[in-house]
Ligand binder design. Sequence first.
Ligand SMILES: [Zn+2]
Length: 302
Amino acid sequence: MKLLCFYLLLLVPPWGFYAHKWINRMAVFLQPPELFVFLKKHIHYISDHAVNPDKRRYAVVGEAERHYIDLDEYNAEEKLVLPSLTWEKAVERYTEDSLRARGIVPWQIIRMKHQLTEAFMHRDVSRIVKLCTDLGHYIADAHVPLHTTKNYNGQLTGQNGIHGLWESRLPELYLQGYDMWIGRAAYEPRIQERVWRTVFDSHAAVDSVLSFEKRLSEDKKYTIEERNGVLVKTYSSLFSAQYHKALQDQVERRMRAAIQTVADIWYTAWSDAGKPDLGDEIFEIQADTIPRAQVLKVREEN
Ligand SMILES: [Zn+2]
């Protein structure tokens, strides 16, 4: 059991690069049996390739803007209207160039949900798997507060590096304590509304993400740590602890919400396609795919 736990804990990654893999992986476990059995067959692809969209970011024209939306580039009145605008209506109102310059993640998610529904209708397995994988990535990005502001790395307020502090450093230090045991996937009848609510919820957290960091930024902010044989400057444990406390589990809450939204949208696409049967192969859940919260329970009992 000790060996197993050690192996499983190695699978627990920080948000940043690895969190995408974790979120996609966890979302598979929220599915009802019929969809779970299908997705489980492809869980390694869905998890391992969850970071593909980031890899394409600088290589593919049009990719970068799919990962964010600078909501602070819209005034209060526009923000009220945005959630009701389809992509076509938004282009009419703002032009495509202007929209792309400010980021398009909500429209990207909505578009891909429809593509996923179609792929399910056609039982196009490879397309389903690829769409689930990419869609999970964009949904996860939409849950990160700093993906909804032009001040995405604190560069406009002298807080450079805060992006990595929030989405990599804090999970690295505290993810072990996150409760990742979430309910089940639920049908979402209002996808457009849900997606916009997600980015607005993320955006509402931007102020605390930035202001708490600023307030705590005094001495002992950085430390030097060894990473893979290289000395790197990073946020000190003390500073990170104070920031983590000030945020009151915000990173954990956004991560849980991301897993739930990914699971709900996959499930909704499958439901909208008429819940097609994608094969009935039944197999055991492998040890390395047990959700972490279950593992912790096992550990406690022993
Ligand atoms: Zn991304």
